[in-house]
Design a protein around this ligand. Structure first.
Ligand SMILES: [Zn+2]
Length: 61
């Protein structure tokens, strides 16, 4: 989990991102591996108000 400082503007931008987020595939910024963003992941982001991960599950550990 990241420790990004939350500002009102950040929340607004984040809500915009999360609102339109659909399950999709992403390339990990660390290992360049393709990984899936699942519906469950999106639910998680919305509940905890966090931005979508840029890293695959393996690199996140
Ligand atoms: Zn990775």
């Amino acid at each position: 989990m990241n420790n990004q400082i939350k500002t009102p503007n950040f929340d607004k931008v984040l809500n915009e991102i999360l609102k339109d987020l659909k399950p999709h595939q992403k390339t990990c910024q660390q290992c360049q591996e393709i990984f899936d963003i699942f519906k469950e992941d999106i639910e998680f982001y919305k509940i905890f108000q966090v931005p979508p991960s840029k890293l695959c599950p393996k690199c996140r550990k």
